[in-house]
Design a protein around this ligand. Structure first.
Ligand code: ZN
Length: 432
């Protein structure tokens, strides 16, 4: 089944023509409404009128995550706040996170793209969907939610956490579909088995997973643990949230990028040069239909490869392979994207903490666990009464990491100079 037959199977020529037309429209709009674009296009000596075809896209400068941060919180919005109906945001302290605005129509477009994704996974109104993506500032939970309702399926708005309750409801409500990060799915399977539940005897038949980097080995593990078909959904908060690309039931052959709403390019992350379709590189996205927060040539940092061969499902939209690595130092911990620079900003604001730290990430069971080693001043190790102060610093670090980044690390305070000279700030021991 295809949700939007007309657009999802548009012949490629017509699709390209539609993209070109929409690109011109979005450029005119951002040029006249967003100061950033007027400045960056002027600096590149181009005007929106110079962009006549998709081939002209390469003349437009990239926009990066740093540009988003520089315009925190609403500097890149293309509509007045009175037209915004929802805000989502990435984690991070003030000025180090990004804010994403949506108009009413943006929410409708997003809902439609999620509906497309769900139908691509074989969902119908007869399905009951256990949605364990996080509800809140990250766009995962709510994004999926409205699409599930749109196709008439029943949604259980579980969010993440409360694992025992989740397992109880998986038994009692008999959902047929599970949506979550892949690591949380594995965690549910392990906890359920430990509770004596036969996870294969649940009603689940398909799972839609995203938000973490995950490999086909993890996919096999999830499919075996639940006895389901596991499909990959892809999204970027900067572009909208989940539903930018989705695997069809042909499965394991990449995710269709909804090209009537987005343009994708692959570039060499070092030089910024456009690579031929099919070569591995950093994906760059342009949103064509967003009203509130359109981004033109956004460097995602995700490394992948585009698949140009036609898909057996009949959809004409290009596919991308799963993302297995990044071009930058972004870490995804329990589905949350964080940067070492955000950790630094948190530590810097705490008195008594020295600049050196080390972040160690590993798996405990199926879930990510973080250990944070932080240097503190000499005096805490010499003065009497330092123990109490050390405990306070430790508590503050744990609390700020939780409050700003939604990460709960195990903190270990160490003496000055302990970490100096250690070349690696981040040690990621996880295999995906
Ligand atoms: Zn397909």
């Amino acid at each position: 089944m295809i949700y939007n037959e007309e657009f999802e199977t548009l012949p490629r020529e017509a699709l390209k023509a539609l993209q070109a037309k929409r690109l011109q429209q979005v450029l005119q709009r951002v040029y006249h409404t967003v100061g950033y674009y007027k400045k960056s296009l002027t600096a590149a000596k181009i005007s929106p009128d110079d962009i006549r075809s998709l081939d002209d896209l390469k003349k437009i400068p990239f926009i990066t995550r740093q540009d988003l941060r520089n315009n925190y919180p609403f500097g890149l919005f293309a509509v007045p706040m009175s037209n915004i109906v929802r805000l989502h945001a990435s984690s991070g302290t003030s000025g180090r996170s990004s804010v994403f605005g949506y108009t009413k129509r943006d929410i409708e477009t997003w809902t439609d793209l999620i509906a497309r994704s769900l139908v691509a996974a074989g969902l119908t109104k007869n399905d009951i969907v256990h949605n364990a993506f996080s509800y809140g500032l990250p766009p995962g939970g709510l994004g999926l939610h409205y699409g599930i309702e749109k196709i008439g399926a029943s949604v259980i708005p579980m969010s993440d956490g409360n694992t025992k309750r989740q397992i109880t409801l998986l038994q009692d409500f008999g959902p047929t579909v599970l949506c979550s990060t892949p690591s949380y799915a594995l965690h549910l399977a392990q906890e359920g088995t430990a509770m004596g539940v036969d996870m294969k005897s649940l009603q689940l038949r398909v799972g839609i997973f995203g938000g973490d980097l995950w490999s086909d080995t993890t996919r096999d593990a999830i499919e075996n643990a639940f006895g389901i078909k596991a499909l990959n959904i892809f999204g970027l908060s900067e572009m909208m949230g989940p539903g930018l690309a989705m695997e069809c039931l042909e499965g394991r052959h990449g995710m269709h990028i909804f090209e009537d709403h987005f343009i994708v390019e692959t570039i060499n992350p070092e030089t910024g040069k456009i690579l031929p379709e099919g070569e591995e590189g950093e994906l760059v996205f342009t949103s064509l239909t967003k009203e509130a927060f359109p981004l033109v040539r956004y460097r995602s940092g995700d490394i992948s490869r585009l698949i140009t061969e036609p898909c057996r499902c009949g959809r004409t939209h290009i596919r991308m392979e799963r993302v297995l690595k990044r071009s930058d130092d972004m870490l995804t911990i329990r589905g949350i994207n964080i940067f070492p620079v955000q950790v630094e900003a948190i530590l810097k604001a705490i008195e008594g903490v020295e600049p050196d730290y080390q972040l160690i990430i590993d798996k405990v069971g199926a879930l990510d666990a973080v250990e944070l080693h932080v240097e503190v001043g000499e005096k805490f190790f010499s003065e009497s009464g330092g123990v109490k102060e050390l405990q306070n610093i430790e508590k503050r670090i744990v609390k700020d990491m939780k409050d700003y980044l939604s990460i709960s690390p195990r903190v270990k305070l160490v003496a000055p100079q302990t970490l100096r000279g250690k070349s690696k700030r981040v040690i990621d021991k996880r295999s995906i």
